[in-house]
Design a protein around this ligand. Structure first.
Ligand code: TXA
Ligand code: MG
Length: 325
């Protein structure tokens, strides 16, 4: 693998130059930072898997500048997908659609469907207009670790492995895009994310299926269980849910709403949203997980959030981060 002096900057044209040479650039999106390469170049796509040490059976989302670009890469657009695009794009929604022959099998890990999305961040939209190809981009973290929501987070994980990080400030949504799939007349949520199930159902005027469970052969392998993991073990629940030795050690709390009243000693507290706002909690989630991971605590304890709106995406990330033997 090449070694780079990783630069952080705001120059779209510099990012474009690297991408044209089939090199990788970290890009800001409204959800999380992406690790982008030319989606039509197997050489660039291979570099993505290599740079983040990601298994090749885990397919990548293709990022497009606008709807006009879609026709080349997908062969069918169900009416439900079209309505969701009208309502939420550009924005944090990813569509699984039958792929055209232009999309390399490496991008979809051999699946006949490609994941496409139209990110909303202005710098990345400008970049997508400057390069003559779509960008394949997973989250810009080393495989398995917490997703990055600032340029600095990307730098911490990928410094030396990529030449350029396009700095667009902190991500405004803070959790990854919602992934929707289409089977016949059915609309299926494959990953909870920045667009809530309620918002999708309101637009469609019909209930949707939610199938986000981890399996050995995941349809969306982002659903692998050891994703988003902190190095410090993280547990979901009450103090009694911690293995005994941890109950006496340095405990960091991930809180939401009113501070947690505890009968035990707390080493550090990170409140996702003192006001109890789920959007704010999503925006703070990954930065708080990283801060808790690096604060010197022996263990992180989090409560699940209300299971509605963005709470579903947040709980999903916490559950996947939760420590397992
Ligand atoms: O918000 C986001 O979606 C961010 C930003 C950078 O766009 N990207 C992101 O990528 O979260 P990644 O690779 O960390 O997660 C993408 C998920 C993975 O779970 C992957 O398995 C699934 O999308 N996926 C991608 N292509 C797929 C396909 N063809 N079929 C099924 N699942 C797919
Ligand atoms: Mg990811």
């Amino acid at each position: 693998m090449d070694v780079f002096e990783t630069e952080i900057g705001t120059q779209v044209s510099e990012a474009a130059l690297w991408l044209m040479q089939q090199q990788l650039v970290a890009i800001p999106t409204e959800t999380v930072y992406g690790l982008a390469g030319n989606a039509l170049s197997p050489e660039a796509v291979l570099r993505i898997f290599e740079a983040k040490m990601r298994p090749r059976f885990n397919p990548l989302i293709m990022h497009l500048p606008d709807r006009a670009a879609l026709n080349q890469y997908v062969t069918e657009l169900p009416n439900t997908a079209r309505r969701l695009m009208d309502a939420f794009c550009p924005g944090p929604l990813t569509f699984l659609l039958p792929k055209s022959g232009l999309v390399p099998d490496l991008v979809t890990s051999g699946s006949p469907k490609v994941a496409v999305r139209f990110p909303a961040h202005p710098l990345t939209r400008a970049l997508l207009r400057q390069v003559p190809f779509p960008l394949a981009a997973p989250s810009a973290n080393l495989f398995g670790y917490v997703s990055p929501v600032t340029a600095q987070h990307v730098y911490e994980g990928l410094k030396g492995r990529i030449p350029y990080i396009l700095d667009g400030g902190p991500c405004s949504i803070g959790v990854e895009s919602t992934i929707v799939d289409f089977e016949g007349a059915e609309v299926i949520i494959r990953r909870h994310g920045g667009v809530s199930v309620e918002a999708i159902e309101a637009v469609l005027g019909q209930p949707v299926q939610v199938r986000t469970h981890a399996t050995d052969h995941p349809v969306a392998p982002g659903q692998l269980k050891s994703h988003y993991a902190t190095h410090t073990p993280l547990y979901l629940g009450a103090i009694q849910d911690l293995p005994l030795p941890y109950q006496q050690q340095k405990i960091a709390l991930l809180e939401f709403g009113k501070p947690w009243q505890t009968a035990f000693q707390v080493y550090a507290r990170f409140n996702l949203s003192p006001a109890g706002n789920l959007h704010e909690a999503a925006r703070n989630l990954f930065a708080s997980m990283r801060a808790a991971d690096h604060c010197g605590a022996d263990v992180i304890l989090a409560h699940p959030l209300p299971a509605q709106g963005l709470g579903l995406a947040i709980n999903d990330r916490l559950r996947r981060a939760a420590y397992r033997e």
